[in-house]
Design a protein around this ligand. Structure first.
Ligand code: ACO
Length: 376
């Protein structure tokens, strides 16, 4: 048994997977061999889910059936919606409310037969409904019922705002969902398969995945980036001056750096391009200007050369902002998409399951003399 310690499991292979591959040296991401750029531009999120869950891009007939099945699962029990509204009224953070609600869903799963893909598709279908209901409650509005005729992306925007989205918003949001759907054994996906490896249900895996994704070193960074951009704006300083001060104060720059990518994340490139389009059409290019100025400065400062380059979170927030989406929904939207990846990985892992159980190097005392409570 090796005693080599791999902090943060860096570089450790713990499973085989056909789902997605990240080449961090060249900045390439594929889902089952398909380049992320091609998928983001050419396939809907539902097609990508089909690819991840069933192994192939669907034919038109398969897609229709798949979309119908998913759309039929969008409704969420009134009890869950009531809890979501209670949490919104109590000022709970949306990511925490989503974690609670997904955990609660299992109580209302009629079949509950342990079929990962069947249960996983229910969870994936219901997350947008939960999140939209939460946001509507915060705005003092009633929840909007899902519309089965709309796409996964379009229906979420519809439930969020109460009106059907325009084509650009729907396409942009759909692209963002595709870009975030899967990413190898990142921290939240690993969490999901650790839970799945105990043969716990997929509700537990997705609930755990949401918890892991919420942290600032992982999915929480997209909100942190937008908060940083607002800080820059409020400071009245030039973004470059602000970021130079932040660096001097030892601040980590959210949206920069990645455990696997040593170059710019391909998803960030696509989102940056999208942001450019949105800025051009709206005439509001402030966040684009700030983000690109920060990126150029950090590149000049040698960060990119050291392998600390923009990751997916650097540009996603600005894209959501351009669509009028509140900042603290960015990470739950990431979860909305990544739920599909968590389900795919748990399904794949359990097919040839082995309990995940690593070890820690014990550094405590060899023996400690026990002293009864009354004598301590
Ligand atoms: N800003 C400034 N310096 C950084 C940054 C950053 N964002 N990220 C890493 N570094 C530096 C560290 O200070 C460290 O420098 P040192 O060796 O001089 O001490 C070096 O790079 C290595 O950093 P580690 O934290 O050891 O690298 P790790 O692989 O653990 O980091 C992580 C990956 C956690 C993502 C890190 O880059 C980070 O904190 N980034 C900011 C948060 C973020 O954007 N997270 C989202 C990641 S993408 C995703 O999860 C969806």
């Amino acid at each position: 048994m090796s005693n080599e310690l791999k902090r943060g499991l860096e570089g450790v292979l713990v499973a085989e997977s056909e789902l997605s591959h990240v080449d961090g040296e060249v900045g390439k991401l594929v889902y089952r061999g398909y380049d992320i750029e091609e998928l983001a531009r050419g396939a809907s999120y539902e097609e990508v889910l089909h690819l991840l869950w069933h192994g192939s891009l669907p034919t038109p007939a398969e897609l229709e059936e798949f979309r119908e099945r998913l759309a039929a699962e969008r409704s969420v029990d009134d009890d869950v919606i009531a809890t979501v509204r209670t949490l919104a009224d109590a000022g709970e953070r949306p990511m925490a409310a989503l974690r609670t609600a997904v955990s609660m869903l299992s109580a209302y799963d009629g079949d509950d037969d342990g079929d990962v893909l069947a249960e996983g598709s229910k969870i994936t279908a219901k997350i947008p409904t939960i999140l939209a209901a939460f946001e509507r409650a915060r705005q003092g509005e009633e929840a909007v019922d899902p519309d089965p005729e709309l796409s996964h992306a379009g229906n979420f925007l519809y439930m969020l705002t109460g009106s059907e989205p325009d084509d650009v918003s729907e396409e942009t949001f759909d692209m963002a969902l595709t870009l975030h759907a899967d990413h190898g054994l990142n921290a939240s996906t690993f969490t999901a398969i650790v839970i799945g490896s105990t043969m716990a249900d997929v509700y537990s895996s997705v609930t755990g995945g949401i918890g892991a994704l919420s942290g600032s070193l992982h999915g929480g960074a997209n909100q942190d980036v937008m908060e940083m951009l607002h800080e820059v704006d409020d400071s009245g300083k030039d973004p470059v001056e602000w970021i130079a001060d932040a660096r001097e104060n030892g601040r980590r720059i959210p949206g920069f750096g990645h455990r696997v990518y040593k170059v710019k994340d391909p998803r960030a490139k696509i989102l940056e391009e999208k942001l450019r389009d949105l800025a051009e059409s709206s005439g509001d290019g402030k966040w684009l200007e700030y983000t690109t100025a920060i990126e150029s400065y950090l590149e000049e400062e040698g960060l990119v050369e050291k392998g600390i380059a923009p990751n997916v979170d650097f540009y996603s927030g600005s894209v959501y902002d351009a669509m009028g989406i509140p900042m603290d929904l960015y990470t739950p939207i990431f979860a909305m998409s990544r739920a599909g990846g968590w389900v795919a990985h748990v399904h794949e892992y359990q097919d040839d399951n082995r309990l995940i159980r690593p070890r820690a190097r014990y550094t405590g005392p060899e023996t400690s003399e026990f002293v009864p409570l009354e004598e301590r």
